[in-house]
Write a protein that binds this ligand. Structure first.
Ligand code: ZN
Length: 169
């Protein structure tokens, strides 16, 4: 595991490891020390979404047993129930490990994650990539569209990530 030279994020290894996978260790440190993760330009968002996709697998390796996803009760659920219950687990876990308030709304056609960020919480675009990869993993390789409906970085009250329940492929 790579050495951390910044205090952010203090406990969230999968975020740091995901960034390293995309940028390399030196640039990942530069990215964090310059607080670039708080920027909302498309390039930064693209990096964070990719880091989220990579970070999900680091998180999964650490958390698979703890969240009970090896249990047949989880694995053999109908896919939409499975995705929804895993999203709840993700919300609880990410909330616990970073300064992030995150809630899940379950509507007939979409799941929506509402994020209230603090300056030290995981960036919304990282979580975007993270849940994108999660839905692909839990949804047996299908692609579920994720988009951000509103964003705190654009002056809104909270970030809202919307996941379509029907896979796109
Ligand atoms: Zn946002």
């Amino acid at each position: 595991m790579a050495e951390k030279t910044t205090d952010f994020p203090s406990k969230v290894n999968h975020f740091f490891e995901g960034l390293i996978e995309i940028l390399g260790e030196q640039n990942a440190n530069l990215f964090l020390t310059s607080r670039q993760e708080r920027q909302s330009d498309p390039q930064t968002r693209g990096i964070l979404i990719k880091a989220g996709r990579a970070g999900f697998y680091y998180w999964l390796r650490q958390s698979l047993d703890a969240v009970g996803w090896n249990d047949p009760l989880f694995r053999l659920r109908p896919v939409k129930m499975k995705i929804a219950s895993g999203l709840k687990d993700i919300c609880q876990n990410l909330e616990r490990e970073s300064e992030l308030s995150i809630s899940l709304e379950d509507s007939p056609k979409i799941w929506q994650l509402n994020l209230s960020n603090s300056p030290k919480s995981l960036p919304c675009s990282y979580i975007w990539g993270f849940v994108q990869e999660y839905t692909r993993w839990a949804g047996n390789g299908r692609f579920y569209e994720v988009r951000e409906k509103s964003c705190q970085l654009n002056g809104n009250d909270q970030c809202e990530l919307v996941i379509k329940k029907e896979p796109q492929d």
